[in-house]
Design a protein around this ligand. Structure first.
Ligand code: PMP
Length: 292
């Protein structure tokens, strides 16, 4: 079946879904995006993703040429047109085409693009065995440079870290922030569990405000677990009982070693497995969380 992409206000066949070489999204990484899951035909945490997209756009002074309701409808329409029931949506807004140079006043036609596709980020076995992590030598973008809260099209910082992971045979890569604290992984937020208490870096550690992170915090609280958003260093991961990552693509996945040191007993832990089960129930609509 031909893949249809939403572009310039309508669905077009994939081969016709092209943008200008003068688009500043291509030339400068000037734009914002969301990666969204579809479960059982429903767009997961849809409103929260749309809100975050508009916040990212506002932060980079990019006016999205559609209302939040229109963008939401475009996502639904693209998912339906491509017959996606369990898959992934990439929602992109670029600055649009313009003169060479950084003057955003000389750009026009910001583009809203929606791609609906299949996804399998990690093989199924890894959800049972867990991921090996290494720490990257590339620190996460300084919050006063390109804040991680802006989900921008410029992912080079994360890509550089990911390249180190490929060389080391690691499933994901931990990034520290500008003061050496734990920030996040290249495409996921990180949590540890120590003596039953769950810890995750706070937003001001320079991380993306992950929606899976927010959902999992609610799921943990619902189980009566204590959740602390506090600054962490690598020692907290080396000595944790359990560790897991969260992300729209990765969902909830255990991390079982960091820099060659097993975390806990080197296997996915019981609380991680409980939270993964809760997360799956959430995606099936059996549980609800309030992310407002
Ligand atoms: N951090 C980074 C750098 C990411 O790219 C992602 C994936 N969007 C996440 C965290 C997880 O965010 P979410 O749960 O909203 O997908």
């Amino acid at each position: 079946m031909t893949q249809h992409v939403f572009l310039a206000g309508r669905l077009v066949p994939e081969a016709e879904a092209t943008v200008s070489v003068f688009d500043h999204g291509l030339l400068y990484g000037d734009g914002v995006f969301e990666g969204i899951r579809v479960y059982g035909g429903s767009v997961f945490l849809h409103d929260a993703h749309i809100d975050r997209l508009f916040e990212s756009a506002k932060a980079i002074h990019l006016e999205i040429p559609m209302s939040p309701a229109e963008v939401k409808a475009a996502v639904e329409q693209t998912v339906e047109a491509n017959g996606v029931t369990d898959g992934y949506v990439r929602l992109v807004v670029t600055r649009g085409s313009g003169a060479l140079g950084l003057d955003i006043r000389k750009t026009a036609n910001p583009q809203v693009i929606v791609i609906a596709a299949d996804i399998a980020l990690y093989p199924k076995e890894l959800y049972q065995s867990g991921l090996k992590l290494i720490t990257s030598g590339t620190i996460r973008n300084h919050p006063a440079a390109l804040p991680a809260r802006v989900k921008s099209l410029n992912y080079l910082n994360n890509i550089l870290a990911k390249i180190e992971g490929f060389a080391a045979g690691a499933g994901e890569v931990l990034m520290l922030n500008h003061v050496g604290q734990v920030a996040e992984c290249t495409g996921d937020n990180i949590f540890v569990i120590k003596r039953g208490v769950i810890k995750t870096p706070p937003l001001d550690a320079g991380i993306l405000a992950g929606l899976t992170r927010a959902a999992v915090i609610q799921l943990a609280k619902r189980r009566g677990l204590e959740v602390r958003e506090e600054a962490m260093v690598r020692h907290d991961i080396y000595t944790a009982d359990e560790c897991f990552l969260t992300g729209s693509a990765a969902e909830v996945i255990a991390a079982v070693s960091l820099d060659g040191r097993p975390i806990g007993d080197g296997k996915p832990g019981p609380i991680t497995n409980d939270l993964l089960a809760d997360f799956r129930a959430l995606t099936r609509g059996e549980i609800e969380v309030d992310l407002s």
